[in-house]
Design a protein. Structure first.
Length: 70
């Protein structure tokens, strides 16, 4: 069973991961095209990557604590 600080950390980490994925998408687009005029397809891909991250990272145990695990 997880304690309160671990739950807060997991929620904060998930939110930060999504923010970083969106920021990376915007940065990559601006580096490639030198502007931030994003098409609907690119917005959809950024949203898809964000949802995929929210689904796959917990499934792979990214947010699980590894403290005191041999």
């Amino acid at each position: 069973m997880r304690n309160r600080p671990t739950e807060v950390f997991a929620i904060t980490a998930r939110c930060l991961d999504v923010v970083l994925i969106v920021a990376d998408g915007l940065i990559a687009h601006s580096m490639r095209f030198s502007l931030l005029d994003i098409s609907d397809v690119e917005r959809l891909l950024i949203a898809f990557n964000s949802v995929l991250t929210l689904l796959l990272f917990p499934a792979f145990g990214v947010y699980e604590t590894r403290c005191c695990v041999p």
